[in-house]
Design a protein around this ligand. Structure first.
Ligand SMILES: C[S@@+](CC[C@H](N)C(=O)[O-])C[C@H]1O[C@@H](n2cnc3c(N)ncnc32)[C@H](O)[C@@H]1O
Length: 207
């Protein structure tokens, strides 16, 4: 009787414990560097799933994730069908990098600056990427840095590959209208704290 009561509790515990520990790690990191982390808690499952939904796992090539943090979007990408081996995770925070190595041992973890993407991925990205998925807190950077990042990411990808970015803001983190790229947005995701929206940028066919 006691055993059958205990079994489900112990099976659920690590998951809850992981989530609690991730939230604590995040909060600590936010207290140390609020502008770099840009959020007080990891993305929720619905937001992570929405980010991943814009990646087509059938399109070959590496998937570059910028600012994976504790890995909720990484996890959603894998659940969507992207093999771990295809993932290149660029994260600034060394503690998060250690955690990502434990959680996603077959992915390539790069500790470095995503805003210096060419240099950071030099010798690592050996073929055009199929998508770039970014959780970087873009609003902490001036607009020319954000535009440079989008342009560099597009240079490193297939011509039609998406640059996926979430934001808590009501305005797009990179302007939606441009002759160089096309932008579309998800609905606002209310089941996230704070509510968020996903923006997807594709290179314009005939700029
Ligand atoms: C808003 S958090 C998102 C974390 C995670 N993807 C999620 O959705 O919960 C932003 C992440 O970007 C990382 N980051 C910030 N600036 C960075 C940079 N220049 N290069 C790489 N990672 C960066 C932070 O350390 C943090 O893990």
């Amino acid at each position: 009787m006691l055993q059958s009561f205990q079994r489900p509790t112990t099976r659920k515990l690590p998951v809850k414990k992981d989530r609690f520990q991730d939230e604590a790690r995040f909060l600590r990191s936010w207290l140390e560097r609020p502008l770099t982390i840009g959020a007080v808690t990891p993305s929720g499952k619905v937001l992570a799933r929405t980010m991943a939904s814009y990646v087509d796992p059938r399109i070959p090539g590496p998937i570059v994730e910028l600012g994976p943090g504790t890995g909720p979007v990484t996890d959603a990408l894998i659940r969507r069908g992207v093999e771990q081996e295809r993932l290149i995770l660029v994260e600034f925070n060394p503690e998060f990098c250690q955690l990502l190595k434990r959680r996603f041992p077959k992915a390539t973890i790069v500790q470095g600056d995503a805003y210096d993407l060419k240099e950071t991925l030099s010798g690592i990205l050996k073929e055009p990427a199929a998508a770039t998925v970014s959780s970087l807190p873009l609003f902490t950077k001036p607009m020319d840095h954000r535009l440079d990042l989008l342009e560099t990411a597009q240079e490193l990808m297939h011509p039609n590959a998406p640059f996926v970015q979430f934001t808590y803001a009501v305005v797009p983190p990179i302007p939606a209208r441009s002759k160089d790229y096309r932008a579309k947005a998800s609905n606002r995701i209310w089941r996230n704290l704070p509510p968020a929206r996903v923006w997807v940028y594709n290179k314009a066919k005939n700029p």
